[in-house]
Design a binder for this molecule. Structure first.
Ligand code: SAH
Length: 639
């Protein structure tokens, strides 16, 4: 009997229990020595004959098996990963069949799954890719022409490339030719799950340079696809303030695709349809007149109707299909239908209130406009007021803090562009507010308005607001507004941290510096000065670096606006800066990272009233060909 056994990707405890049992009882083990971890052989029983197939040809392997069979022995043929993936087992199985030797297969964890674990990724993400292409570049083993890498690339699905690390140039060229973008994220995993495992993240445009530089030529997988990118909802801050002032020139169009700036309106009756069209018209008028709240801002308002009485106008798709098509960019979805239709249609699309669109239901006579979902963060409550104003409806808002006209921590965070770090705790804080408890507030930012009754200021040396000495009672819960790592670290279980975006990092780098080196340098500097990464508001550099792939990828993957400035602007920034003659010669300015960080902070101060003066917390620091400096900007918040 022969057992073909998947050894797993490397780590000796990633073999299956069945596979391990076979190893323990085998009389003969033939293992693929080039890729199977020899540590697995320690499961073999005493006296087991062990052969490394790396040194054998097919006939020799078969001869060993035949001899074992003749002696009534059991053989394990140990293959790396899972035997069914590039395992060359078919030829062995066919030969065994011919010789009437019994065999079976025991699956294993393929290296492609070891690699996913190493990268911490999911290969299949809704709306990004729902397919995985497992393939290889053509080498000595030919690949059918209809399976060329470029033809697969057209799908832009997740792709896992085996046996291709020695041909990175070719892989890169063919995948680009086929249709993946230059900035498509790529992961390289060397010896996944082995002690010497290494992972690299880069972009397709930099694949072969990265492989060359890191000297990876074998035992690696290349993983390509947008599933390796990050997709988060963009902070409102960058949508409103900078969309006019700055964004067009500095942020690439690719990333703004992910922006949620569409309002989808749906109706399923004639009355509802007419009401919807009227609402759209009035809404657009208000936008044109610049007479709409931030939450009502939209790039487009799309109206769809599904109604047998309106055969001409009616969409062929179901409500659910329409929602599915628009949900990636929908900021709000407004149903001019019964609430039940709205709820049932939305049910399967809901993820979390931090990302779900605002959902409203307006009855077809326009009597009531109900804020159904995402009342605070999604802005549905504000929209319910707004839409009611357009249609003459009565707004219906059911979120408790609004009913009691009380402080809502999620609305507060949203309004001030603060990063919410714990939604569960936020719920607890709201519940405490409703119970009538006071909530402590401890802030590194200046508070510009009067504190509502629900809050008491907790005194600490950086609280700059007036009247800070009041500390009537010790509140159970505390809201701490800080981007200071140490202050975040020192919180207790009832401290809800909200992180203000108050740091700008200025970056200079050599051409083709990989994203990972930039990330590392920024992270090390942020850590060194106790600045939490979530507090980053923007990345700044010189315009000559506007297209620098590693920098662009870093900003994109971390959802940060990338602001660049020309040499003249940088030269004119006031202050003392360290000087480099080399940088002066190449770039026309003596210092990129410090000057650009300060230039960027000044832009914030100019265009956004919630930002104040900036100061350096980290001066030019060089690391792996990257220079970094960090400024901290004063933030003002209002309640
Ligand atoms: N059956 C195996 C693949 C065998 S083909 C499996 O399921 O994983 C050999 C190729 O697999 C190598 O060239 C390399 O691309 C990949 N590979 C195998 N083990 C690997 C590991 N631990 N890390 C990264 N790639 C690995």
């Amino acid at each position: 009997m022969v057992h073909f056994v998947g050894a797993g990707p490397g780590a000796e405890d990633l073999i299956t229990i069945r596979g391990q049992k076979y190893l323990q009882t085998a009389d003969v083990i033939i293992y693929a020595g080039s890729l199977v971890n020899p540590a697995l052989l320690c499961y073999a029983k005493e006296g087991c004959q062990i052969y490394d197939s790396a040194k054998l040809c097919l006939e020799e392997v078969l001869a060993i098996i035949e001899q074992a069979e003749a002696g009534g022995l059991t053989t394990v043929r140990l293959h790396t990963g899972d035997p069914s993936v590039f395992g060359a087992i078919r030829e062995q199985m066919d030969a065994l069949k011919e010789k009437h030797i019994a065999y079976d297969l025991c699956p294993g964890v393929s290296s492609m799954f070891g690699a996913a674990a190493a990268l911490g990724c999911e290969y299949t993400l809704p709306d990004v890719s729902q397919s995985v292409i497992i393939t290889r570049a053509e080498g000595r083993t030919s690949v059918p022409e209809r399976e060329s890498l470029s033809s697969f690339a057209a799908h832009q699905a997740t792709m896992v490339l085996f046996l291709s690390s020695g041909m990175a140039d070719k892989v890169q060229a063919e995948l680009l030719e086929g249709g993946y973008r230059e900035d498509t994220p790529v992961g390289i995993v060397y010896k996944a799950t082995w002690p010497e495992e290494k992972t690299f993240r880069t972009t397709l445009g930099n694949l072969s340079t990265t492989m060359d530089r890191e000297g990876i030529t074998k035992t690696a997988l290349i993983i390509v696809g947008d599933v390796l990118g990050d997709r988060y909802e963009k902070s409102k801050l960058y949508d409103a303030g900078f969309s006019t002032e700055y964004r067009p020139a500095t942020v690439d169009s690719e990333s703004s695709d992910a922006q949620k700036d569409t309002i989808l309106m749906l109706a399923c009756s004639k009355h509802g349809y007419e009401l919807m069209l009227r609402a759209k018209y009035l809404w657009e008028e208000r936008l044109l007149g610049n007479n709409a709240p931030d939450d009502a801002y939209a790039k487009e308002i799309i109206c769809k109707v599904k109604c047998a009485d309106l055969p001409e106008e009616s969409d062929t798709r179901s409500m659910t299909e329409i929602v599915k098509a628009y949900i990636p960019k929908a900021k709000a979805i407004i149903f001019f239908t019964a609430t039940g239709i709205a709820v049932r249609t939305m049910a399967s699309f809901l993820k979390h209130k931090s990302v779900d669109p605002a959902v409203l239901a307006v009855d077809e006579m326009g009597k009531y406009c109900i804020s159904v979902l995402s009342g605070h963060v999604g802005g549905a409550n504000v929209l319910a007021q707004f839409v009611s104003g357009l249609t003459g409806a009565t707004p219906v808002v059911t979120t408790a803090t609004d009913l009691h006209d009380k402080f809502s921590v999620d609305s507060f965070a949203k309004k001030n562009g603060l990063v919410m770090t714990d939604w569960t705790l936020a719920k607890e804080v709201s519940a405490a507010v409703l119970r009538g408890e006071k909530i402590g507030i401890d802030t590194d930012c200046e508070i510009q308005s009067k504190l509502p009754d629900e809050l008491v200021l907790i005194k600490h040396e950086t609280n700059r607001a007036e009247g800070s000495e009041t500390r009537a009672q010790d509140p159970n819960y505390e809201v701490r507004i800080t981007a200071d790592m140490l202050r975040i670290y020192r919180k207790n279980e009832q401290t809800l941290v909200l992180v203000p975006k108050c740091y700008v990092v200025g970056v200079g780098c050599k051409s083709n510096t990989p994203e990972s080196a930039i990330y590392d340098a920024v992270k090390v500097c942020m850590d060194m000065y106790g600045a939490d990464m979530r507090g980053l508001a923007a990345v700044a550099s010189i315009d000559g670096k506007a297209e620098e792939p590693g920098l662009v990828a870093f900003c994109k993957n971390n959802e940060l606006p990338f602001m660049t400035y020309d040499a003249q602007t940088l030269n004119e920034i006031e202050g003392d800066y360290s000087k480099s003659q080399f940088v002066m010669d190449v770039m026309g300015v003596d210092n990129v990272c410090e000057r650009s960080a300060m230039a960027c902070a000044k832009t914030f101060e100019r265009v956004d009233a919630s930002y104040g003066q900036a100061e350096f917390i980290c001066r030019k620091t060089a690391m792996n060909g990257v220079t970094v400096s960090i400024v901290r900007m004063e933030r003002k918040i209002s309640l």
